[in-house]
Design a protein around this ligand. Structure first.
Ligand SMILES: [Zn+2]
Length: 223
């Protein structure tokens, strides 16, 4: 139950800080969802179930909520470059409302956010995949494990060609506690999948721990 004081605090705070659209900063109303105004909501493109799923070259099943265009791109950039937590909540809500990503996250024994290297964490201060999963775990039970895998520092994938990305990602992941993955259904979570190089490198590392099954979920995927 909401106490009278906390509901008063909530209405006062929404009076002084009315909720704004994460994408365009316009005022939200009753028809808003995912912290997006009606106009941005119309622009938000999400996959249907069939388009959401794909099989990686390794044979692993992957599910994404939407294409990496327009609003999805804005939400991911707002989180990654400005640590906008409203964007993290919006992305978590989108993922939990799209069927295939939700099934693969809630049905897994262990969910692993794609880790960032110590150096990158020191520079950026946070891992956006962890922030999205932490918000998603408030909506549905998800068995997130933040410590099973570590990442060696490499050049940023975003500036490399496809060939360079594949090479750069190979061997980047180290299993810290392989025993917790053995015989389990493991879902890897990343914010965006572009060349699949990062996802495939992490899949390869996890397969060495002999899990029952590995899957990949991403918020967005390039078409
Ligand atoms: Zn908007």
């Amino acid at each position: 139950m909401i106490s009278p004081i906390s509901s008063l605090t909530a209405s006062l705070s929404s009076f002084f800080f009315p909720p704004l659209c994460v994408s365009c900063r316009s005022l939200l109303n009753d028809k808003s969802r995912f912290m997006l105004c009606e106009r941005c909501l119309e622009e938000l493109a999400l996959f249907n179930e069939e388009d959401s799923l794909m099989t990686l070259p390794s044979g692993v099943l992957a599910a994404s909520s939407g294409p990496y265009i327009t609003i999805m791109t804005r939400l991911i950039r707002a989180l990654k470059f400005s640590q906008n937590m409203a964007a993290a909540r919006a992305l978590a809500a989108i993922i939990m409302e799209t069927n295939c990503p939700r099934y693969l996250l809630t049905g897994a024994d262990i969910v692993l956010p794609v880790p960032i290297s110590h150096r990158r964490r020191f520079m950026r201060g946070f891992n956006q995949c962890e922030l999205i999963l932490a918000e998603a775990a408030k909506m549905r039970p998800i068995a997130v494990n933040y410590r099973a895998v570590a990442r060696r520092h490499r050049r940023a994938q975003s500036r490399l060609s496809r060939e360079e990305r594949l090479k750069n990602a190979q061997g980047a992941f180290m299993l810290l506690t392989p025993e917790v993955l053995r015989g389990r259904v493991v879902t890897i979570f990343d914010d965006v999948m572009t060349t699949m190089a990062t996802a495939e490198a992490m899949v390869a590392a996890i397969l060495t721990a002999e899990p029952k099954e590995v899957r990949v979920v991403t918020a967005a995927r390039t078409l």
